[in-house]
Design a protein around this ligand. Structure first.
Ligand code: PEP
Ligand code: MG
Length: 758
């Protein structure tokens, strides 16, 4: 038998609920009134609210129709019964004969066995389940599509109550709602250190002040106007491509534009308004459903689309609420843990670093540039933490353990104590590293590895003294460019280089010319659209095609280096000819300066970064021409394995500690030794103790790394026998069998030998 839909329809229900929300009553009474109202409006004998608790159980919080004694006593476990199934799938479930459903189970204390029809919807926020709202009827009936819609809309109101903490008074001591529960999350260990603080969302969540509409026609008109304005905004952004900021890549915007014109999406929004929601609540409602569906997708392509849709919804909400893109920077507490979906290096540097205690990224791993910057400024980072921006709220207590790749949200006191201990232990270890500051890194068998430091900002340079680095083996000049709002003037570049040289005194500094392109975007420079930016127009390629830019920078370096040793290296050299061309430009600048009476550097060393595999087959020639070589293993490994260093699906698939990569790295070190040219390595692997030992074993006598890695790497070298490691690795490197788990074998061996691998 089919029964007509409820009396008065969803709009009347929402109006009544709005009145209940405004009444000065206790949370329980409000919830009781809400369920009574829903039941009567939907002509149902039962209406119940279940709230998902921190321990994963669904607790009955209010009911009309079931036994009231069961409230706060009846619980379902995850996946248990129909309610559990809805919580798990985050999808509505409508059944005219609930008891014949395989998932049906009933709790005798509720007295629900007499009800046949069942309609349940998830209470969602950001695609995450917070609870379940259910109506039941004694008679067998089919719930209409509009009733399901109406119940979903009502569930939004309950989601707001749970999320805003309005039900907090009903949570029993020791329990918590799922949203506020302590959660431990795992991600990638990106930048070492333990940070305790309070969460700040890099893109603050938009607050929707009114959920229920007063005038539907007006809401529809607002929605249409906002969609129109959004389309114009995106068109303008795409057309004025040169003004695109970091992260606003054209392909993302193109996808967003496609969705913004999608009729299905717009229809869904209007349907949501028709159920009685304001335009902004409708956007959230549709996005909630989309998130819930896509988050449960296993197809990575579909999951990726979620970000485009999030972006779209976010922009539309900005249009509707008129809330400007407030940057979290403006509301930063003193002990901030930044939480971001993605972030560019320039955006991170925009924050006052003395307030930052840590960074958590939903997307972004070890060799992303934001990670490099975070390491340079000493902020603990965990990357690739799934869903974290949904799970955390501004102000939540957060612990970031960058060494272990762990994040604790709203930690319980015992967890906090444990991490406090860890931080203390770490401080003790730092103390030991500081004691090694002036000790050269000489292994037990007398092999010395010179330890340099990577830098890119003035603030990094102070670490040279603190860590006892013997040089700055890589100074990434692009960071100054990425931070500026326009091309830094020649005088500004010169001033920076001079300050760096002044600060480091006798210790050599190797400046790398501008390495931009790929993910290092200059906001003020026209972005060239490329299918494969990592293989595209970047680094020295730009320098050679725009020699004016390169000349300006070289002149600034040469002037800053007057009367002292100046070392310059070129990034992304793919052929000997490119290095020659760069050298020619440098020498021309040198002649120009000399002709105009400037003092030249006392010595000029020109080096090449080995990070494009083609150079592996020109090692002899390049060694003959260059004064030194520096291996950029981040790029070299990504090109060797054809695996994007920033793409988590592939980045960790290939291990640099595997025979093919180690053989390639060894070939560079050996070629340098044969030609009598120094070879260092300045990629991230040089900063990991285990990897650093393997590098020393295949011939590296110079490594440059982030400041925090210097202590651990030095301690490892001091406690190791490099000759013995070389002998251990030799058969694996000669055997030609690439399937061996070299890293684990080496770790075991070194642990047995008592080598410090922290
Ligand atoms: C490298 O590629 O290893 C490197 C040091 O350069 P960057 O990480 O800046 O590309
Ligand atoms: Mg590189």
């Amino acid at each position: 038998m089919t029964v007509r839909s409820g009396l008065g329809g969803p709009r009347l229900l929402l109006r009544r609920l709005r009145e209940i929300m405004a009444e000065p009553v206790s949370p329980q009474t409000r919830l009781d009134k809400i369920v009574t109202q829903i039941a009567s409006n939907m002509v149902a004998e039962v209406c119940s609210v279940y709230v998902l608790r921190g321990d994963g159980a669904l607790e009955l919080y209010a009911t009309e129709g079931l036994n009231r004694e069961a409230v706060h006593l009846t619980t379902m476990h995850a996946g248990e019964g129909l309610v559990g199934a809805i919580a798990e799938s985050a999808e509505p479930l409508a059944l005219s004969d609930a008891q014949s459903h395989p998932a049906f189970s009933y709790k005798p204390e509720t007295g629900e066995e007499i009800y046949h029809s069942f309609l349940g919807v998830p209470i969602l926020r950001g695609g995450t389940t917070l609870g379940v709202l259910v109506v039941q009827n004694r008679a067998r009936r089919v719930y209409l599509e509009e009733e399901i819609e109406a119940l979903q809309t009502t569930a939004m109101l309950l989601a707001e109550m749970v999320a805003s903490g309005a039900l907090q008074a009903l949570v029993r001591p020791g329990d918590s709602t799922a949203l506020r529960r302590p959660i431990g999350l795992r991600g990638q260990a990106v930048s070492d250190g333990v940070g305790l603080g309070h969460a700040v969302l890099h893109e603050p969540r938009i607050v929707i002040k009114q959920i229920i509409a007063e005038d539907l026609a007006a809401e529809n008109a607002r929605l249409d106007a906002a969609i129109e304005a959004l389309r114009n905004e995106i068109d303008a952004l795409i057309e004025g491509g040169e003004r695109l900021g970091a992260g606003e890549h054209r392909d993302v915007l193109e996808t967003v534009r496609m969705f913004a014109n999608d009729r299905g999406w717009i229809r869904k929004l209007h349907e949501a308004v028709a159920t009685g929601l304001t335009a902004e609540a409708a956007v959230e409602r549709v996005q909630n459903d989309t998130r819930a569906k896509l988050q449960r997708q296993t197809d990575p392509y579909l999951r990726e689309r979620l970000h485009d849709l999030d972006d779209l919804a976010h922009r539309l909400l900005h249009q509707l609420t008129g809330q400007s893109f407030v940057t979290a920077r403006e509301i930063l507490p003193d002990n901030a843990i930044l939480v971001a979906r993605t972030m560019g290096p320039a955006a991170l540097l925009d924050y006052p670093r003395h307030k930052l205690r840590g960074l958590v990224l939903e997307h972004g791993g070890v060799s992303s540039h934001v990670a490099i910057v975070a390491r340079a400024i000493g902020i603990p980072v965990v990357g690739d933490v799934a869903n974290v921006t949904d799970l955390v709220d501004t102000g939540d207590a957060v612990i970031v353990d960058g060494g272990a790749g762990e994040v604790q949200l709203r930690p319980q006191p015992d967890v906090e104590i444990a991490y406090g201990e860890k931080a203390k232990l770490r401080a003790k270890r730092q103390e030991q590293y500081r004691a090694l500051r002036n000790t050269p890194a000489v292994s037990r068998d007398g092999v010395e590895v010179k330890i340099g430091m990577n830098a890119g900002l003035i603030v990094d340079v102070q670490h040279v003294e603190e860590t006892g680095a013997q040089s700055i083996g890589l100074f990434r000049t692009e960071l100054q460019f990425m931070l500026a709002s326009r091309f830094p003037r020649a005088s500004e570049q010169e001033a920076l280089y001079r300050t760096v040289l002044d600060m480091t005194g006798d210790k050599p500094v190797t400046f790398r010319t501008l390495d931009i392109g790929s993910d290092k975007v200059l906001p003020y420079m026209a972005k060239v659209e490329e299918e494969n930016p990592a293989l595209g127009w970047r680094a020295l390629r730009i320098g050679l095609d725009r020699p004016g830019l390169l000349r300006l920078q070289l002149r600034a370096m040469l002037k800053a280096g007057a009367g002292r040793l100046l070392r310059i290296m070129f990034p992304m050299v793919a052929t000997v000819g490119e290095f020659e061309a760069a050298r020619e430009i440098t020498m021309r600048e040198m002649r120009y300066l000399e002709k105009h009476g400037y003092q030249p550097p006392s010595a000029l060393h020109l080096g090449v970064m080995v990070e494009v595999p083609s150079l592996l087959w020109e090692l002899e020639t390049i060694c003959a021409r260059a004064d030194f070589l520096s291996v950029g293993s981040n790029d070299l490994i990504q090109y060797l394995f054809a695996a994007d260093r920033d793409n988590k699906r592939v980045a960790s698939r290939f291990d640099p500690l595997s025979p093919p990569a180690l053989r390639a790295l060894r070939a560079v070190a050996e070629a340098g030794a044969r030609a009598g040219k120094p070879v260092t390595l300045c990629g991230e692997i040089g900063g990991k103790p285990l990897d650093a030992l393997a590098l020393a074993a295949v011939g590296y006598r110079g490594l440059s790394m982030s400041p925090s890695s210097i202590g651990p790497v030095k301690a490892a070298i001091l406690s190791a026998d490099i000759g013995a490691i070389a002998a251990f690795l030799a058969p694996m490197l000669e055997s030609g069998d690439d399937r061996q788990p070299l890293r684990e074998d080496l770790r075991r061996y070194l642990t047995e030998c008592g080598v410090a691998l922290n």
